[in-house]
Design a protein around this ligand. Sequence first.
Ligand SMILES: [Zn+2]
Length: 337
Amino acid sequence: MPLVPMKQVLDEARKGRYGVGAYNVNNMEQIQALMQGAAETRTPIILQASRGALKYSNMVYLKHLILAAVEENPDLPIICHLDHGPDLETCKQAIALGFTSVMIDASLDYSVTKKDGSHPPREFEDNVRLTTQVCNYAHKRGVSVEGELGTLGGIEGKTKASEVLLTDPEQVEEFVRRTGVDALAIAIGTSHGAYKFKRSPKLALKLISRIRRRVPETALVMHGSSSVPQFLVKQINRYGGKLKKAMGVPMSQIKKAIKLGIQKVNIDTDGRLAFTAAIRKHLAQNPGVFDQRAYLGAGRTAIYKVMKKKMIDMGTAGHAGDYEPMTLAQAKKKWYR
Ligand SMILES: [Zn+2]
C-alpha cells in the first residue's frame, strides 16, 4: 500500500476514539524500531520529520528509509508527515518528496529570531493567511494539512517558543473554517523536550472538550506528549549522563486527552531518551565494543519496547485493518474538490 493521507487515518481515530502516535524520525534504527512495534500490534502509524531531521538526513535518505518501511509493511497504514513546517517553501519541498501530510506552524514567525533564539508569535490574521496558502497548495495534491493555534513551550530543534499561549477556543472555529486545515495542533500546556514541568504536570484538559465542541470534525493534535519515563532518565544518569530533573506527561493524562478528543499524539523525546539510555548502558558495560551495530542495535530494541507499549496504551493497536486506505488522488477527489 502506498503512503496514506493523514486525514483518513485521523478521521478513523476520531470515530474509534483512539489516539495515533506521531513519532519523530531521522535514522534507520528509529524507523525499524517503530515499524516492528506497529507490525506486531497492527497499528496505523505517523512517521514525522522536522526541518532539522530533513537537514540531518539530507532529505532523500529519510524519504527512502520511510519508503522501505512501506515496502516492508504493505498492510499497515503509514503516513509521512512534515513536523513544524516553518513556511510554504518547506511544505512544498516535503510534498515534492512524497510526504502525504504537512504541518504549517504559522503560530510563530520563524523568519524572525530573537536574541534568546526564540521566535515571536504571529498575529491571528497572519496565521490564517499562511495556513490557507499551504492548504490550497497541499489539498490540490491530496495532501493533508495540520495547522497550529496557540503556542507550545520548550525547545524543538533550535526552536523555542518564547511565550506559551494556550489556544483560545473562541478562535478555533473561525480558524478551521477560513483555512480548511484537516488537523489542528492546540496548546493545552504541554511543551517540547524533556523538561516540561517543574513539579507535577498541569494540562488544560478541559480546553480539549471546549475546542472539540467547536470543531467536531477536525482532528486535534497534542504536541510535546512524551512521558519522560524516569527509568530512562535514571539509566542515562547512571551511565555517565547528566540530565536534570526531567518530567513529562504521564500516559494517564494522555489517555484522558484522547478520551476528550485528541487524535494525534506527537512523541519525540521518549525515543531520544530510550535510544540514549540503551547506548550509554551498552557502551559502559561493553568497553571493548566498537561495532556500531552492537550499540545502535541495543538502542533500536529500547525504542521498540517503549513505543510498542505506547501503541497499546493509546488504543491504536489493532486498528490497521479497519478500513481501506486511500491514495492521495482519492483523497483529493473525496475532500478537496
Ligand atoms: Zn511540536
